[in-house]
Design a protein around this ligand. Structure first.
Ligand SMILES: Nc1ncnc2c1ncn2[C@@H]1O[C@H](COP(=O)(O)OP(=O)(O)OP(=O)(O)O)[C@@H](O)[C@H]1O
Ligand code: NI
Length: 360
């Protein structure tokens, strides 16, 4: 878990990325899938923000929305705001977005082969990124490519720079992709399950590498995974997603010590090793519903062990978990926990009606 002395100072600064009421929907013949439905979060410089949730919860669509990579029939809806370094990204043209990707924001995916071209050497691909984004060529670019491969922990970099992607192991390929991302000198690195396909030892090494790079370069990282163990390793702050919404947000230690949303509590119980007596993974029963209608209720209610009647009728807003806390929110009618149940429900109703008004 990363900790830095500057965090108090940092929290005064304008966030590098500010996502506000992000809504991304896919308009299929059959239905409208609200893959991301009113998501809010910030990322500060030098901070790692984890996004965790089960398959289908909207993590990748959130990342692709920020990157301007949502494919038809999907689009980012009116009323969504994505501010990066003071600029509104939702207003950018396709060309402006192309310039931004690979220079200020870079992305690393689960499968390194989607980012590497098999017919060029790894070195040439890094050099191409250096030429495009830093106008660097020739022997200077070759030297920089070797430096970058060394920076991501690839041994014997001056030889490996001349090799092709198929000559690299899975872990080394992902390191090469990270080197390519760094060639653009990004401020924000979005990682979508970058270690999921790797074995546990290699995974730990890549997480360590990202951590080092972040400290050296003051990188902001948005890290997507469905693995709570990985989230604990890498994040400063965690956002838990469920059916297109962020249901809980807290600093990483706080989230693990004191999870409040019943969904987060369920996710944490399903980490192997958390119940030494269980011979089977305890998972939350049921599946993430497809968010295909506006949420007028809690989408987790059908699976929630703590649900009560109001949960089927009131959509929970993100509220502080209690009145003493200001950086831990949960979208659940049980909170704030120091309010009576009736007060809490009324607060959620009020917040929701304010949200409706501001949307118009
Ligand atoms: N191109 C598309 N067309 C229609 N629906 C889509 C499309 N892409 C994503 N979706 C839907 O959006 C929802 C969120 O998908 P997303 O890929 O963001 O989930 P995820 O949290 O990244 O899951 P995973 O852990 O499996 O990667 C899902 O219901 C998915 O079916
Ligand atoms: Ni995904």
């Amino acid at each position: 878990m990363a900790q830095r002395e500057t965090s108090a100072v940092r929290s005064e600064e304008e966030p590098l990325l500010s996502v506000d009421n992000l809504q991304t929907a896919f308009f299929t013949d059959k239905e409208t899938i609200r893959a991301v439905d009113g998501v809010n979060f910030d990322i500060r410089r030098g901070e790692t923000v984890g996004i965790v949730g089960e398959s289908g919860s909207g993590k990748s669509v959130t990342a692709r929305s920020i990157m301007g990579l949502v494919d038809s029939p999907g689009r980012v809806l009116e009323g969504s705001s994505i501010r990066f370094d003071g600029e509104e990204l939702t207003e950018k043209s396709e060309k402006q977005y192309r310039n931004l990707r690979g220079s200020d924001i870079a992305m690393v995916f689960q499968d390194p082969l989607t980012s590497l071209n098999p017919v060029y050497t790894v070195g040439n691909q890094i050099k191409e990124a250096l030429r495009l984004h830093q106008d660097m060529r020739g022997s200077a670019a070759t030297d920089e490519a070797i430096d970058l491969l060394e920076a991501v922990g690839i041994p014997d970099a001056s030889r490996r720079v001349t090799e092709y992607p198929h000559e690299f192991s899975g872990g080394m390929r992902q390191r090469a992709v990270i080197a390519m991302a760094l060639a653009c000198d990004p401020e924000l690195l979005i990682c979508d399950e970058p270690t999921t396909a790797l074995d546990v030892t290699i995974q730990a090494q890549i997480l360590e590498l990202l951590h080092e790079l972040q400290e050296e370069r003051d990188l902001a990282i948005m890290f997507i995974t469905h693995d709570m163990g990985v989230i604990a390793e890498i994040s400063d702050r965690v956002n838990v997603m469920y059916a297109g919404e962020i249901v809980e947000s807290a600093p990483v230690e706080e989230l693990f010590e004191n999870p409040r949303h019943p969904y987060t509590q369920g996710l944490l119980q399903s980490i192997p090793g958390n119940q030494p007596d269980a011979d089977r993974l305890q998972t939350i029963e049921g599946d993430v519903p497809t968010p295909n209608e506006p949420a007028g209720y809690c989408r987790f209610e059908p699976r929630c062990p703590k649900a009560f009647e109001d949960c089927t009728r009131v959509h929970p807003a993100s509220v502080e978990v209690d009145s003493d806390t200001d950086d831990h929110t949960a979208a659940c009618l049980l909170y704030p926990e120091d309010a009576s149940r009736q007060e809490a429900v009324e607060l959620h109703e009020q917040r929701e009606s304010e949200r409706e008004v501001s949307k118009r």
